[in-house]
Design a protein around this ligand. Structure first.
Ligand SMILES: Nc1ncnc2c1ncn2[C@@H]1O[C@H](COP(=O)(O)OP(=O)(O)OP(=O)(O)O)[C@@H](O)[C@H]1O
Length: 265
């Protein structure tokens, strides 16, 4: 079942006015993200990935251009849910109440919201921890709770800013596989930022490589690896290695440019 919300981005620019001058963060970003697509963004540090995601989330205004998100009218669903790199669970709420939080804000009755929360808690493998508080969980478990909360909220689009960046490798692989499984069920339009080419390849339908500061689109690569994906298995394929090379060669020059820019400051 494809979720029907696509995103059109037209000539988006962003300039931050800061003390001592202005910072050109994004320049001329135009692209379409399809309904139900898993769209990944990679690029050197400081190229504007988070800024673009914050513009899509409505947390930041663009300085020029337009973002059009075609939503199904009047279905009462929130436009987006964002999952951040740092753990953003509420420490004073149990896992169940954290996951049900967005549903409570929308006035969904207790019985229904707890049933939805429990479904996602089961999907992320934390059933035994539904009544636990965040301080009783590991970092990986807290990040699982953030992912479950985002899905339980049933937004039109999911925006994820390096959600697994702070996790150790074992936890990262487990969560990537869980995210794939939940996403394959819902086919929710997802925009996912990562520093990892491997992660982008394992998860994405397409990967956008951005240029070093100011961020522009350098290349968009189709990830024609079959779904459903088993992360361990696709990494052993020839196609995975070809795509990794393509993306790395596209990214390498930009990472080097980004480093020069950093050194110049
Ligand atoms: N509120 C702000 N005020 C001024 N400059 C900002 C602000 N937010 C971001 N910037 C600048 O805009 C540029 C893009 O930042 P952004 O955080 O979007 O990059 P990024 O690609 O997400 O970086 P990273 O990969 O390191 O997280 C950077 O030069 C940053 O310093």
């Amino acid at each position: 079942m494809a979720c029907g919300t696509g995103i059109k981005i037209r000539n988006v620019n962003k300039t931050f006015i800061a003390r001592g001058g202005s910072v050109d963060a994004l320049r001329g970003i135009s692209l379409d993200i399809g309904a139900g697509e898993f769209f990944c963004i990679v690029g050197p540090s400081g190229c504007g990935k988070t800024t673009l995601l914050r513009i899509l989330a409505g947390l930041e205004d663009s300085s020029g251009g337009r973002v059009i998100i075609n939503t199904a009218n009047g279905n009462g669903r929130p436009l987006n849910s964002m999952v951040f790199q740092e753990q953003s669970v509420f420490p004073w709420m149990t896992v169940r109440n954290n996951v049900a939080y967005g549903l409570r804000l929308r006035g969904i009755g207790k019985k229904e919201r707890l049933a939805v929360a429990d479904r996602y808690i089961r999907m992320i493998g934390l059933t035994g921890f539904a009544d636990a508080y965040p301080h009783q969980l590991s970092g990986g478990m807290k990040q699982r709770v953030s992912v479950a909360r985002a899905f339980a909220n049933d937004p039109e689009i999911l925006l994820m800013d390096e959600p697994f960046g702070a996790l150790d490798e074992q936890n990262r692989i487990l969560l990537q596989q869980e995210l794939l499984r939940i996403w394959e069920e819902s086919r929710k339009t997802t925009v996912f930022i990562t520093h990892s080419i491997d992660e982008a390849l394992c998860l994405g339908d397409r990967v956008m490589v951005m240029t070093a500061h100011p961020g522009r689109i350098k290349k968009i690569v189709d990830i024609d690896l079959p779904r459903p994906r088993d992360i361990a298995a696709i990494r052993t394929t020839l196609r995975y290695n070809q795509l990794f090379q393509t993306i790395w060669l596209t990214l390498r020059d930009e990472v080097l440019k980004g480093k020069e820019i950093e050194l110049a400051h």
